[in-house]
Ligand binder design. Structure first.
Ligand code: NAD
Length: 486
């Protein structure tokens, strides 16, 4: 039986309480192993290890020495690619085809991209004339914040965790990671890589467990944690923000979305269909940037709906290792119940089910897994809960629109503001509409096309702060001004 232990000060540690919980494979609900739940002693030990590593060899390293080590971490993840791939696919059920393309390579790249950016980032400098006729020089100097808590979700476990750990370490901080209780494997495996690469003990720590009354809440309440970076649901973000207010600790929150896709009649229909197939259904719809609301100009509405339906009908569901499979199960039984409750609600709210809406017949070996059908609806009123609440499943509602003004208003009529995806071949329209979207990222004729040097984050209830490129510097470092009188 596999065990997932906490990783503290360079060592794998069981829970003093003896408490463990199950980690199950959503493909067939089989038991992968038991996870050691961190209690107060483990969380305190992890934060203490991270704090003393700041004062030890890690804190004394130059930026270029740190960057060399992080480059090595990226290389080592790639050398152990298959182990990371299998661990990630067992925890999430996602097809190898997707994880080998997105999760693992991008998870590794996160250790390289930020260190390259930081190495080349200047700080400001000003010369000031002083009243005595002389002058002073001011210059900016960045120092690490200290111990950073990284709290991550289950949908892209390695990628979203390293997206924060990469820049945090590149800036000289140390981290305590609390991965999702659903997906403990790759964060645990990364501990081995850190040791193999010679990253000093205590720089990277992992505590396992849940949120409230468990490792998550214990970690965010620990006063030696100097900043908290979180990806997950908006409601959890609010709880974390309250915890961070004690001791005025900084937060970076990347939260939920209910993102619109806007399809204009002047789009390239092939591109729009191909892109919407991905934005609505890839990773079984469990992508924060996914488009659960699609608005299509009326003259092409019927064609768009029927072509998207045909695309969904062709999706191949099955075992992750099958290279022809493009669609896996949801992450857990709990999430399956949530998504199915929205499938029922859609019908109660008066939706026309274009395709899907239920549980697929997967055969005896897989029926116990967390499978749901990819689903398209039309015909819902704009105030339907299905159109306004984040489902985080493989589903979308498609609604016709008549004018640009109307679709801009519809797209922005949400408490969320993560992303918007616009399909048009008219460049003037593209930039005009993109500028009006109340979101952190607007894509035109593409989706999930990410340049790691650019800002990433959400507007409205989708988050606070921006990470990516040099934008993360504001969060991961303390900017000090040094003023020298000459
Ligand atoms: P979640 O909020 O339930 O959990 C996220 C993490 O927070 C987990 O590790 C969980 O254990 C921890 N947690 C929960 N309660 C806590 C508490 N009180 N204190 C400390 N930690 C706590 O989210 P999830 O279900 O894992 O992920 C799905 C959500 O994440 C969706 O809303 C999705 O949109 C969002 N998401 C956002 C982005 C983004 O970049 N904006 C990316 C991916 C996912």
């Amino acid at each position: 039986m596999k065990e997932f232990k906490n990783f503290i000060n360079g060592e794998y540690v069981s829970s003093a309480s003896g408490k463990t919980f199950e980690n199950r494979n959503p493909v067939n609900n089989s038991l992968i192993g038991m996870v050691h739940e961190a209690g107060e002693p483990e969380v305190v030990a992890a934060v203490a290890a991270a704090k003393s590593a700041m004062e030890g060899p890690w804190g004394k390293m130059t930026q270029s020495e740190r960057i060399k080590l992080l480059d090595r971490v990226a290389e080592r993840i790639n050398e152990r690619f298959d182990e990371f791939l299998i661990a990630e696919c067992k925890d999430t059920g996602k097809p190898h085809k997707i994880a080998s393309h997105i999760d693992i390579p991008r998870g590794a790249a996160n250790f390289k991209a930020f260190s390259d950016t930081l190495a080349n980032h200047p700080t400001e400098a000003f010369k000031l004339d002083t009243p005595d006729g002389k002058s002073a020089v001011n210059y900016g100097h960045r120092t690490p914040k200290g111990v950073i808590a990284v709290i991550s979700p289950w949908n892209l476990p390695l990628l979203l965790m390293t997206w924060k750990v990469g820049p945090a370490l590149a800036c000289g901080n140390t981290v305590v990671v609390k991965p999702s209780e659903e997906t403990p494997a790759t964060a645990t495996l990364l501990g081995e890589v850190m040791n193999e690469c010679g990253v000093p003990k205590g720089v990277y720590n992992v505590v396992h467990g849940f949120g409230p009354n468990s490792a998550g809440a214990l970690l965010t309440a620990n006063p030696d944690v100097r900043a908290i970076t979180f990806t997950g649901e908006t409601r959890t973000g609010e709880t974390i923000m309250r915890a961070a207010s004690v001791g005025l600790r900084n937060i970076s929150l990347e939260c939920g979305g209910k993102n619109p896709g806007l399809v204009f009649a002047d789009c390239d229909m092939d591109k729009a269909i191909e892109g919407t197939m991905r934005s609505a259904f890839v990773n079984c719809g469990q992508v924060c940037l996914g488009t659960e609301r699609i608005y299509v100009e009326r003259s092409i509405f019927e064609e768009f709906v029927s072509r998207l339906k045909a695309g969904v009908a062709k999706l191949k569901l099955g075992q992750p290792e099958d290279p022809n499979v493009d669609f896996g199960p949801l992450v857990s039984q709990k999430h399956k119940e949530k998504v199915l409750s929205y499938y029922r609600l859609a019908v109660e709210e008066g939706a026309t089910v274009v395709i899907g809406g239920g549980v697929p017949e997967m055969g005896a070996e897989l029926n116990a897994g967390a499978w749901v059908e990819p689903t398209i609806w039309t015909g819902l009123a704009d105030d339907a809960r299905v159109i306004n609440e984040e489902i985080f499943g493989p589903c979308c509602h498609i609604r016709p629109f008549d004018t640009e003004e109307e679709v801009i208003a519809l797209a922005n009529d949400t408490k969320y503001g993560l992303s918007a995806t616009i399909w048009t071949e008219n460049l003037s329209r593209a930039s005009r509409v993109a500028e009006k979207m109340e979101v952190g990222i607007a894509w035109v004729n593409s989706w999930f096309l990410r340049d790691l040097r650019t800002a990433f984050g959400g507007a409205k209830e989708s988050g606070i702060g921006r990470e990516g490129g040099t934008h993360g510097l504001e969060f991961y470092t303390e900017l000090k001004n040094i003023c020298i009188k000459l």
